[in-house]
Design a protein around this ligand. Structure first.
Ligand code: CAA
Length: 307
């Protein structure tokens, strides 16, 4: 396998979404609804699936409320916001989501068995040429592709939170991912206005492996009383120009998501990725960050404040 190129934008977006073919997004949670918005914003019909219709509808409603704030700021017309929301159809079955699509993007929880089951269902109804993309943050694309028996079409399409705003798409090439699939993934990135990087499958890819190190160290510093939550975050916001400190970012991403990544990397790469006790404790308490209203911060309508 060759070494991936540096960050590039590739043309040839004409293969991304064959005319009239929709995209399926499996999972309407924090990432799934944002990913649905990204595709809808470039005029693609999106079928948004979750385990029940109410959750899929909630995902579409979150797109609507997020866009309402952008309209309020005067950065998008109300008509365009309406058009984007209208392009997203919540659906209650994987068969309804995937029939006739050119691309499936799975954004389910970080559990390999669950993802395998989802893609087995997808394979029963999606067209034989559809790209099978997983938004996994750390699990092996090679293993996923092999276990579902469709390695050539399986590729990591790793988005960042919030998907409509973050510029990167991390494309992950498994051992069995075909070069035409990688080329189509590159073209998809271009079509949706993202810059792609290409990473060969490895635990945590490039982004999660680097990102969780800072987050976990910030938590260990908090545990040992080095500084307060706010001051640890300000250290990186003001001293390193990170847009958001590592603890606030963990709240945004979801403490459960970060814990799953760390547990996986600990198993695969060793001790340096052991999850801090404070993270496991907060997850056990149900304090998962912004989505539950509490993590390292308390989240209010005005934004985060120190707990
Ligand atoms: N749809 C479209 N555009 C939106 C939007 C939405 N729902 N919400 C906000 N925007 C736009 C705003 O209009 C604004 O546009 P302009 O720059 O043109 O003004 C821009 O996005 C920024 O929004 P805000 O002004 O509301 O917010 P901000 O400036 O405080 O930035 C932030 C918020 C983008 C989240 C910023 O704090 C940030 O970059 N934080 C770090 C995020 C990060 O690191 N994410 C990666 C996490 S790791 C991950 O996701 C991977 C994983 O696997 C776990």
């Amino acid at each position: 396998m060759s070494t991936p190129d540096a960050s590039t934008k590739v043309g040839e977006s004409e293969h991304a979404f064959p005319e009239g073919r929709a995209v399926a997004v499996i999972g309407a949670g924090t990432m799934g609804h944002g990913i649905a918005q990204v595709f809808a914003a470039v005029g693609t019909s999106v079928r948004l699936y979750d385990v029940d219709l109410a959750r899929a509808e909630k995902g579409r409603d979150q797109v609507k409320s997020g866009l309402a704030r952008v309209v309020q700021k005067g950065k998008l017309s109300a008509a365009d916001a309406e058009r984007i929301v209208a392009a997203i159809t919540p659906v209650a079955t994987i068969a309804a989501a995937t029939s006739g699509v050119s691309l499936v993007v799975e954004a389910a929880p970080e559990d390999m068995s669950l993802k395998v089951k989802i893609f087995q269902d997808v394979l029963a109804s999606a067209p034989a040429d559809a790209i099978l993309g997983s938004n996994t943050s750390s699990l092996s694309i090679t293993e996923l592709g092999a276990r579902i028996g469709a390695a050539d079409r399986t590729v990591g399409l790793h988005f960042f939170n919030p998907p409509p705003v973050m510029e990167l798409l991390e494309i992950v090439r498994g051992v069995g991912t075909s070069e035409p699939t990688v080329a189509r993934a590159r073209a998809i990135a271009t079509k949706i206005g993202k810059t792609s990087i290409l990473v060969n499958d490895a635990p945590g890819f490039a982004t999660s492996r680097l990102g969780v190190v800072i987050g976990a160290e910030a938590m260990r510093m908090l545990e040992s009383g080095v500084a307060s939550v706010g001051d640890i975050d300000r250290a990186m916001e003001l001293g390193y120009r990170h847009p958001m400190g590592p603890l606030k970012l963990t709240d945004l991403v979801g403490l459960d998501v970060r814990l799953a990544i760390l547990d996986h990397l600990h198993k695969e790469l060793g001790e340096q990725f052991r999850a801090p006790a404070i993270l496991r404790k907060l997850v056990r308490a149900g304090h998962l960050g912004k989505k539950t209203g509490r993590g390292f911060y308390v989240w209010t309508a005005e934004g985060p404040r120190e707990a």
